[in-house]
Design a binder for this molecule. Sequence first.
Ligand SMILES: *[C@@H]1O[C@H](CO)[C@@H](O)[C@H](O)[C@H]1NC(C)=O
Ligand SMILES: *[C@@H]1O[C@H](CO)[C@@H](O)[C@H](O)[C@H]1NC(C)=O
Ligand SMILES: *[C@@H]1O[C@H](CO)[C@@H](O)[C@H](O)[C@H]1NC(C)=O
Length: 483
Amino acid sequence: MARVRVVRWTWIVLAGLCALATCELQQQCPTRAEISPCSCTLKKNGLDILCEFTDQQHISSAMGVLKRKEFVIFYLKLRHNNLRKLPAFIFLGLDIRHLTIHNSSLSTVEETSLSSIGKMLTQLDVSQNSLTAVPSAAYKSLHQLLILNMNHNKISNIHSRAFLGLDTLEILTLYENKITAIEDEAFVGLEKKLKRLNLGGNGLTEVPQKALSILDTLKKLEMQENRLTDIREGDFEGLRNLDSLGLAHNKLREVPSRVFSHLTLLNSLELDGNNIETIDPEAFVGLEENLQYLRLGDNKINTIPTEALKRLHRLRHLDLRSNNISGISEDAFLGFGDSITFLNLQKNFIRALTGISFENLNSLETLNLQNNKLMHLGEDVMEPILDTLRVVDIMDNPLICQCDLQWYKNWLRGLKDKDDEMMQKKRTVCMMSLEHREYNLQHLPLEKLNCAIKDPNISTSGSSRIGYCVAVMGMWASTVRVV
Ligand SMILES: *[C@@H]1O[C@H](CO)[C@@H](O)[C@H](O)[C@H]1NC(C)=O
Ligand SMILES: *[C@@H]1O[C@H](CO)[C@@H](O)[C@H](O)[C@H]1NC(C)=O
Ligand SMILES: *[C@@H]1O[C@H](CO)[C@@H](O)[C@H](O)[C@H]1NC(C)=O
């Protein structure tokens, strides 16, 4: 404590002296001619240098000019260049904080090319180049690095100890490489700080379990867009702080028993875009206390996997869009539906719903049933959720105009502000089979259907109100599509 205070006072005194002596704290860009074809702009924290569409020789000479002055180069961005090799000592004498070498055909990073800036560099982006392996020797002295972006390269194998020395690294992204193999000790050295790892868009056929198992601090793991065909119990062992797991767009056919059992802090799980047909009743063991977001869309699921979901009593967001669900059993949401606020069932084959299907969904705010095969959606089904519901999408269903669709209009009337605006944009219609035409659900022709009108206000407030409604209906009728 005492020492901290002394240091602070020292700074204040120094700053004061500086002000008196009018120290030149502010930096200035070199002239355009000096560093051409590169350009410079002055930012609050230092210089921002950009070199585009040029080559190694020009870049090296611009660096030569910069190193004669004591600049802080906050950003050095080298883009769209011909820079196949990053030569030794190219940045010697420079203080660079964020370095980008993007789309510059980079394939060789010499061992001593980065060592001189290792004490200052916090972000390194070498995306969209031609790297075929992790340039470990060049990386090993980057002891301040927080973010390393190697997206869009041609790396096929992450060798053992590839990132050794990067003990401060928090974010590592390797999206869209050609990775098919990750050696068991690949991530050694990253176990103290790594929070995010993106291995998406590669060719992995199995979870690199051994390599991942040491990543104790990892919060977000992305392995979407790979070729995973199986996941097994134990695959995620060791990732005890994981918060978010992305496995979307792989080739998984099944979610087996206890596969996530080590991920007790997991909050979000993405399994959409696979070939999943089977979900074991024990598939989500371990996720009871923390899972809130579950995406299972674009799979081949035939029914709501109630048995597996039952234990997820914190689940808020359940996405089952584009599956092969044709019905929802009466107890589909029994035991876990209480906490669900968002339920997406669009693009399935749901034909009918019964009165108690939704009874447990006491917190539901958004319901999407768009593009199903529903012909009826009566008040008895919707009644349990109408109080909490703020958005409902039932477009693209073969609904038949019937009196029991009156809930829709009455419910709409209670909406406010944004929810109301959002709902007014939806064109939700039913088919009046006798007339072969569609009606908007807001303007259900109650008289023609001989409905007992359920709106208390209309039934008690006299004929003028009804007259108004009929007029509106007439206006509407003239604008709807005639089938
Ligand atoms: C990559 O850089 C080259 C010049 O070296 C340029 O012609 C090309 O458009 C750039 N590609 C992208 C995607 O920016
Ligand atoms: C979809 O479900 C139906 C039964 O409801 C079944 O006959 C069909 O084979 C399923 N299709 C797929 C792709 O699983
Ligand atoms: C009915 O009218 C009362 C008083 O005018 C109003 O407070 C209430 O919101 C109305 N109910 C509906 C469903 O429109």
